[in-house]
Write a protein that binds this ligand. Sequence first.
Ligand SMILES: NC(=O)c1ccc[n+]([C@@H]2O[C@H](COP(=O)([O-])OP(=O)(O)OC[C@H]3O[C@@H](n4cnc5c(N)ncnc54)[C@H](O)[C@@H]3O)[C@@H](O)[C@H]2O)c1
Length: 270
Amino acid sequence: MSNGLLKGKKGIIFGALNEQSIAWKVAERAHEEGATFVLTNAPIAMRMGELNNLAEKTGSQVIPADATSMDDLQNLFEKSMEILGGKVDFVLHSIGMSVNVRKGNHYTNENYDFTMKGLDVSALSFHKVLQTAYKMDAINEWGSVLALSYIAAQRVFPDYNDMADNKSYLESIARSFGYHYGMKAKVRVNTISQSPTMTTAGSGVKGFNEFINFSEKMSPLGNATALDCANYCISLFSDMTRMVTMQNLFHDGGFSNTGVTQEVIEKFAE
Ligand SMILES: NC(=O)c1ccc[n+]([C@@H]2O[C@H](COP(=O)([O-])OP(=O)(O)OC[C@H]3O[C@@H](n4cnc5c(N)ncnc54)[C@H](O)[C@@H]3O)[C@@H](O)[C@H]2O)c1
């Protein structure tokens, strides 16, 4: 399916790790819609080597960057503008990681060094990406920057742990930086709050399988897939959504506005 929605647009896509990754699907769809872009991920993620397959498939170059390193980000934007022949039109931040979740630390028993690392990777890195681009004037007018969030930023999902706090911070950055970048250069900044999705990051959350089934039953349209999310990202990178900025946009089949569904209620009749 191609409608040429991103014809002539240039971008940077963070966070494609393997075929399950939301960023992987975004890259495939952006390529189909006519965009050219640079793929990037943390140097450690490159060791798995899968990103090169995506690069080949989409005619893209790969530039490693740890999204918490200002030097790496500066190098990434410089090289991307060289490769793509000018400023970019879109950036996808599809990055998340909690060391407390990985180590199985309960929310009431955080190791704060781990907390700070997760906050840096999952939320502050978004500010770092934006600040680097802002100072380098690396994004064209009406450009669009997106990060991916989850509803645990607003409501309690106990096993989401400190990622909930990281997502609240991430969404706040979209609002605050969106103001400043909009004023300066008409650049748009939003977060998409996506359904639970079976990816490497997602399945790291305790009880994820049960949770994804619960969410499916609690959403009138069912869970949004990674491909659905990619399609939504394409629309937000396109000129069809030029006046959308500073928003957290739910992309969850209606989950966020559903109190209960008949199917879930019936479970309690048994
Ligand atoms: N899977 C879900 O259920 C779900 C739901 C809502 C939101 N999200 C969000 O979507 C985004 C993408 O996650 P995904 O589900 O596609 O999983 P994923 O594991 O495929 O992607 C996470 C990416 O973050 C990258 N990363 C980690 N540390 C980094 C660093 N220091 N620098 C640069 N990159 C780094 C990883 O290498 C990986 O590519 C995350 O922000 C995640 O929180 C996921």
